[in-house]
Design a protein around this ligand. Structure first.
Ligand code: KG4
Ligand code: ZN
Length: 335
């Protein structure tokens, strides 16, 4: 079964075709980052307008790369929540039009469910149940994935998402948006023990995260330097910040694996492209006899292949949408 999927939840306009949830036939991502970079972050109205302008062409390019015709598509999947509402509505409207014109099923896909599905594309043997850590620009969740379409949220951030903390630290250091990758690169030449930043815990909720306290500690350190007209060692700051993030996420995922008696761990989302985080997770999982499944780096950020993959499993679970499908800015993964 070939699922054609659309993703427009934030600042990437993406289309993909995936066969039986696992095999990528074609995947196209048109990013708007260069334009949002001018403003230091995503400007929602600009994002919606750019999706509107490019979605049809992105769909056509994706089909052409696959050497397929729309008539050879079996279903249309689309991200409908959560995300920027104007952006989501562009994708949902396009997908509805396509589904109606082709007379093929329409499948609504939750953005976080699709991030988890990115791991199916890179690990053909991976099957639920497993424990997933989603670390993206908008979310940081630990989820017990009981089955392809059954989820239980085990922990979440109480304030900033992991990616948000990366982006804010990067911004304070003068790096362009989105700063996660810049922090990753700078940290490679830094000393991770230069600063002992806090690793905040949430009282009474051992699996929840709080990245805001860590972010504030790094920003305070940067301001300290500025007040003294000193130039901070950016590489050391990035490496020490990243080390604290590595400690925070690896401790919780190992603890959650024990509590839920899970040996399969999936880590996904944009921040999972981080080289130090990937290396640390591999080390900690090996030490604790856990099998780690990561998406390929190209599938960590927003893309439509992961939407098509999850769309296939939603279809198998009879989760078919109709022409009244709407978009939602926020929606729990276990809706
Ligand atoms: O999953 P994603 O593409 O979009 C959301 O659903 O939010 O994640 C984007 C986030 C941004 O905060 C970006 O800075 C971060 O992922 N990111 C990274 C790296 N690459 C992307 N953070 C740390 N290290 C990276 N290499
Ligand atoms: Zn995302």
């Amino acid at each position: 079964m070939k699922v054609f999927a659309i993703e427009t939840s934030c600042d990437e306009t993406a289309a993909a075709i995936v066969e039986n949830g696992r095999k990528i036939i074609s995947s196209t991502v048109a990013t708007q980052i260069q334009e949002h970079c001018l403003y230091g972050g995503v400007v929602p109205e600009i994002a919606s307008r750019r999706h509107c302008e490019s979605i049809s062409q992105v769909g056509q390019i994706c089909l052409k790369k696959a050497n397929l015709d729309f008539s050879e598509i079996d279903a249309v999947a689309v991200t409908f929540a959560p995300g920027l509402i104007g952006s989501l509505l562009v994708g949902v409207s396009y997908a509805k039009g396509l589904s109606f014109a082709l007379q093929k099923p329409l499948i609504a896909v939750h953005h976080l469910r699709s991030h988890i599905a990115s791991a199916y594309l890179s690990n053909q043997n991976l099957k639920p149940p497993f424990l997933a850590l989603i670390i993206s620009g908008g979310h940081s969740h630990i989820v017990y994935v009981k089955d392809y379409c059954r989820f239980k949220v085990v922990g979440r951030t109480r304030d900033d998402a992991a990616g948000e903390a990366f982006d804010k630290v990067a911004r304070a250091l003068g790096y362009p948006y989105p700063g996660g990758i810049q922090v990753d690169l700078a940290a490679k030449s830094g000393n991770k023990n230069a600063y002992n930043f806090p690793r905040p815990k949430v009282e009474g909720s051992e699996f929840d995260f709080s990245f805001s306290g860590l972010k504030t500690a790094v920003l305070n350190q940067i301001n300290n330097f500025k007040q003294k007209s000193l130039e901070p060692n950016k590489n050391d700051l990035c490496a020490s910040f990243q080390e604290a993030v590595c400690d925070m996420i690896s401790a919780r995922i190992v603890l959650a694996a024990k509590k839920f008696s899970q040996t399969q761990i999936v880590v996904c989302g944009g921040v999972c492209a981080n080289s130090a985080i990937r290396a640390r997770l591999k080390k900690e999982c090996k030490k604790n006899n856990l099998t780690l499944y990561l998406p390929d780096i190209a599938l960590c950020g927003d893309n439509a292949a992961m939407v098509a993959s999850q769309g296939y499993y939603e279809f198998l679970n009879n989760n078919i949408a109709d022409m009244s499908l709407n978009a939602f800015a926020s929606l729990a993964i276990d809706y």
